[in-house]
Design a protein around this ligand. Structure first.
Ligand code: 76R
Length: 276
């Protein structure tokens, strides 16, 4: 048995907030034309500021027209801190547009890269240098390796909101049941399964962009999964294929799924007039 810690090392990046709103069409229709235009203008200006700090800056928030009863609009925000995400909530609440929104759901998480492949090597290298697990020297060695990896993976840790037309978002857990429990599976076994998971995923790499965020301690599930693609069928094909993969077939639990179509902010006015 390896004597290294059972928890894989992870790198964290942007903080994520997903917001899901019902839009109050009835109240909107009752609203006078002049007030409507002012409301849209103000909403677009506020959302534009949220979306990108400058005209050419990468998107850090995005709006989606949502399908189904779970909501009409989804907002996704990528930020550097929880505080900034909280500020977004407050900024949005100051707009008149917010009076027509009913937030039905939200999700808070932080982008996470799970380092199953390299954790063992990192732990073993620290042990080989004679450092006891969790001793100050061991911690320093592990932290230095993590810092190097974070630098190398900067663009994946702090990405722009991908430019795809469709978004599928859902939360997930790894099973902790009486029969099977992911958290009692030996590290090497989990590493093998995650490796196989990655191999399937990589075959879809050219058609889907996946962003995994960790939410242990912040929200009701353990991870959030964001899939971005220009063809929504890819979501079903990828997720279906993964269900047969050991780590999903045996250990995955899924929450609610949310799906939406990207809505450019200039088109919000059209959307409010019933045109996508
Ligand atoms: O980040 C990486 O590319 C490294 C490999 C990798 C990790 C660590 C990876 C690759 N995933 C990782 C972690 Mn994933 N992923 C999902 C789902 O699970 C299901 O059945 C469906 C939900 C999809 C569709 C998906 C896609 N992944 C995780 C984790 C954290 C678990 C943990 O650490 O224990 C979850 C919950 C999860 C779930 N994954 C990929 C993909 C795709 C498309 C890839 C390849 C990305 C690429 O290399 O282009």
């Amino acid at each position: 048995m390896p004597d290294h810690p059972p928890v894989p090392l992870t790198l964290e990046g942007s903080w994520l907030l997903h917001q899901f709103f019902r839009f109050d069409w009835k109240a909107w229709r009752c609203c006078a034309q002049g007030e409507r235009s002012e409301t849209v203008d103000e909403a677009v200006a506020t959302l534009q500021k949220m979306e990108r700090p400058g005209a050419d800056a990468p998107a850090r928030s995005a709006l989606y027209s949502q399908l189904g009863y779970k909501g009409d609009l989804m907002l996704v925000h990528f930020r550097d801190s929880l505080d900034e995400l909280n500020q977004i909530e407050l900024d949005l609440a100051q707009t008149r547009f917010f009076d027509f929104l009913d937030q039905r759901h939200s999700y808070v998480s932080v982008i996470e890269l799970g380092l199953y492949e390299s954790s063992r090597k990192t732990y073993e290298a620290a042990s080989e240098r004679g450092f006891a697990a969790h001793s100050p020297e061991w911690n320093a060695e592990v932290d230095a390796t993590l810092a190097r990896q974070a630098e190398a993976m900067k663009t994946r840790l702090f990405p722009a909101v991908p430019d795809a037309k469709y978004l599928s978002f859902y939360p997930m857990d790894r099973k902790r049941g009486e029969g099977v429990n992911w958290y009692t599976v030996p590290f090497a076994e989990r590493q093998r399964m995650m490796h196989e998971h990655g191999l399937i995923g990589r075959r879809y790499g050219d058609r889907v962009r996946q962003i995994i965020s960790g939410s242990i301690g912040y929200d009701d599930w353990e991870w959030g999964v964001d899939l971005f693609a220009d063809d929504p069928l890819v979501f079903k094909k990828l997720i279906y294929e993964m269900r047969f993969d050991e780590v999903s077939a045996v250990y995955a639990l899924f929450g609610q799924f949310f799906v939406g179509v990207r809505l450019e902010l200039e088109k919000l006015e059209n959307w409010l007039a019933g045109k996508l």
